[in-house]
Every structure is written in C-alpha cells, then in structure tokens.
Write a protein that binds this ligand. Sequence first.
Ligand code: DGL
Length: 281
Amino acid sequence: MDIIDRRELPIAVFDSGVGGLTIIKEILNILPQESVLYLGDTARVPYGAKSAGTVKRFTEEAVSFFASKGIKMLLVACNTSSSLVLPDLSGDYGFKILGVVDAGVEEAAKVSRIKRIGVIGTEATISSGVYERKLKELDSDLQVFSKSCPLFVPLVEEGWIDEPESYKIASKYLKSLKDKKIDTLILGCTHYPLMKRVIQYGIGEHVALIDSAKAFVKKVREVLLSDDLLSRRDDKEYSFYVTDEPDKFNELSELFLGAAIGRVKRVDLKECNNVSDFNKV
Ligand code: DGL
C-alpha cells in the first residue's frame, strides 16, 4: 500500500468564478513549489447577489468535490462564501478550510492609524456584517463603515478597469465612505484588486487599500509551515476546473493572471457529489 505524503498533495482554491485567480497569482509568488487544484463555479456566478442559504449549498457542494480529490488544505478565495458560509461550515474533512476574511481584517487593523476603516464587497458580503464584526472583535475601538459595490464585478469581467465610466461609478459608490474620513479600505471581493486604480481615485490618495489576497496567502504559508505541510518537491502541477464552458474563463484568466491557463476542465458538481469516482469527470 502506498503511503501518501500529505505535503505533496495540492492546495485547493475555491471561488464562485474567475476572481480566485487573484489568489493564484499570489500563490505563484509566495508558494511557488505548491501544486494547486482550482475550482470556479462559473455556471452559478455571481454569488454576491444570492441568499446565504444558496451560497451555503453551493459552497458545500464544492467542499465535497475537493474532499474526493485528495487535498491538504482548502482556501476559500471568494469573499462572499468566506463571509456567509465559513463561520458555520462543520464536518471533519481531513483538511483545514481557510477563508480570506481574517487576513484582510488583521492587515487593516495593523495599517489603520486613526482606527477608521472602510469595507467594500458584494451585497451579500456587506449585509452579512462579518468584516465589521471581526474587526470589532479584534479591536473594539475601531470604527467600521461598509458599502456594497455590486457593479464592480461586472465592470472587471468586462475588462473596464480603466474606463471613464468606471471612475464615475467608483466615485459615486465611495462618496459615503470618503465623507467618513477613513484612512484604510478593505477590498473585500476577489475582483477589486484589479480596480485598484479606479478605487484609489474614488476614495482619495491618502487612503491605504488592503488587498486581502496577498495577506491571505502569506497567512496560508505560515499555517502550512506550522503544520509541516509545505511541499518539498519542484514538480508542481496546476489543475483548473469550472462548472461552465471553459472558454470565457480562459479569456478572463489573461486579465487576472496575465496569461491564458490553457487546459481547463468542465465539471458538474451535482453529478460529482453522486458518483463514487470523481476522478472520472
Ligand atoms: N468571488 C466573489 C467575492 O469575492 C465575487 C463574484 C461573485 O459575486 O460571485 O465575493
């Protein structure tokens, strides 16, 4: 019987679609030896406008998919899933599940000097109140102001990250936060790092933008190290799965990663969760 070296199993990254590639970009920089298994639920994106119950069901289906594949850790890149589902995700899957929220929260609390922090994200993330609750748990003196920016995701997916219209929309969305005189703003959505320039313009140059993807992957590295799960080999492998046609995902990957992914497989999560050999998909 082969003994599995858990250090050489892949890290899994889950997102509602293509946005989790912002995490992949950081993994390539910070954890270059790791193999990665990515799943984007492109057939059901966006999660940000859906109810907590629906996002929970979709996320649980994704977790079961990964459980069948043999992974050493699951990173939930999607802020909406991390906010709505992770706090209550129960079950012993045999791997740790880490969400993107905590890293952004810790980084923002460190960076803010006047303790006035803004958070932007999808409607579902903002109405969950998770960022606000976690920031206050960390430091009860923090004042937190939130705003959902639902048009940012479609703008990014349209490639409109530097259009005059995008600057106007950002200024309109961010006006209320600007009036609150925050000094730090958490980009609480996978897509927002691509809109940094537009967001910085809308909120003002003096406000520090917290890109949770980078903070998150640094934290993941610490956890892998302390659990003795860092890969020791050089022959890493990346596998990408999506739940809809791969073409659009491939197209957008150029925007997110600066390169096309190439081989992306389509998978049906419902079927997967009903059959025993998931590797056949
Ligand atoms: N990945 C989602 C998030 O970070 C944005 C896209 C969506 O709404 O599904 O919240």
